[in-house]
Design a protein around this ligand. Structure first.
Ligand SMILES: *[C@@H]1O[C@H](CO)[C@@H](O)[C@H](O)[C@H]1NC(C)=O
Ligand SMILES: *[C@@H]1O[C@H](CO)[C@@H](O)[C@H](O)[C@H]1NC(C)=O
Length: 306
């Protein structure tokens, strides 16, 4: 239940961003939202030293989210296991600074890239690993593609359900509707008010879609000629039950890419797109990717089907 509530928060948060949405405040979930750190950026400890993993791990949140509500539990789990983790809210509108991932991605990818390079510089690390969910998963591939300095320092990337090959615009905005009737109208209001350039960017024909397509078209069989940059070790984790960003939209068929289906390890896991962030099956696959222990143990869970 707790997981279920938390899973909805990024999207509900989005819905409650409009100050005029007073009636929505009668909903019990509002208490949970008020209890949250709306700024959403957990402090980054640049003096952290890990004995379990050589690289700092940078977690990248999804559309309409921030590090306080998306991948936050995975980040807590990583910290408890002794990893040095970092995160940052990218792509937020100035009107709603705690809701990231909304602005044009060709801009927000540079903002995010600077945050990644900042961690590398401040920690003195040689290399960094990226883990991202949904739009954040896209960013694990897009930041190295767009920014050569990032490509030079990124070692492992793990993307959960990234929309690489053109999501449906209305598919992405369906995220806002995930808690059903309560926020449906309000969510549309937020979209109308602030817009969602990132939604357009990832949709078929959008800016990011076109950038990936161009990179894909120049792929000649060698890592570094296509979407995937030379020297990186990319993993893409997908669920066959993800109806929002389907497997065919996430998969990258280039040398060195590990395209991993949750159901290959956990056939009974119904996890959907949002649920990828909170599913123990997925977390195990993330750890195995970071440790390059690809046949490592997987703690199968029952992810949220949404
Ligand atoms: C593929 O492209 C890369 C540059 O991105 C080049 O270095 C390499 O020689 C090319 N390989 C083939 C087989 O054409
Ligand atoms: C990737 O390869 C699979 C088959 O292994 C194919 O079904 C899919 O269409 C390919 N995707 C792209 C984007 O080329």
């Amino acid at each position: 239940m707790r997981f279920q509530l938390l899973a909805l928060l990024p999207f509900v948060l989005q819905a409650y961003a409009v100050p005029s949405a007073k009636s929505a405040r009668d909903d019990p979930i509002w208490d949970a939202i008020l209890a949250m750190d709306l700024v959403g950026n957990p402090p980054n400890d640049y003096s952290c030293k890990s004995t379990v993993h050589p690289n700092p791990v940078f977690l990248i949140h999804a559309l309409s989210a921030n590090p306080g509500v998306d991948l936050n539990l995975l980040q807590d789990d990583m910290k408890a296991k002794g990893y040095c983790t970092y995160s940052y809210t990218y792509g937020a509108h100035t009107l709603a600074p705690w809701i990231g991932g909304m602005t044009a991605m060709r801009d927000s990818v540079e903002d995010l890239s600077n945050a990644i390079l900042n961690v590398v510089q401040k920690t003195g690390a040689d290399k960094i690993d990226l883990v991202g969910h949904s739009e954040g998963g896209v960013m694990t591939l897009y930041a190295p593609l767009r920014n050569p300095e990032v490509a030079a320092v990124v070692e492992r990337t793990v993307a959960l359900g990234p929309a690489v090959h053109g999501a449906q615009y209305f598919g992405l905005t369906r995220l806002f509707y995930i808690d059903g009737t309560v926020s449906r109208t309000i969510a549309q209001g937020v979209l109308d008010l602030l817009g969602c350039e990132a939604c357009d960017d990832m949709a078929t024909g959008g800016a990011v879609y076109e950038d990936f397509l161009a990179a894909s078209n120049s792929y000649n069989g060698t890592q570094g000629s296509g979407i995937i940059q030379a020297g990186t070790k990319p993993t893409i984790i997908m669920s066959t039950h993800d109806t929002l960003v389907e497997v065919s939209v996430s998969m990258v068929n280039e040398t060195g890419v590990r395209n991993v289906l949750v159901q290959d390890s956990c056939p009974d896991d119904p996890v959907g797109h949002a649920g990828l962030a909170w599913d123990t099956s997925v977390w195990s696959l993330v750890y195995n990717a970071l440790e390059e222990n690809y046949d490592g143990p997987v703690e199968c869970g029952q992810g949220i089907p949404a």
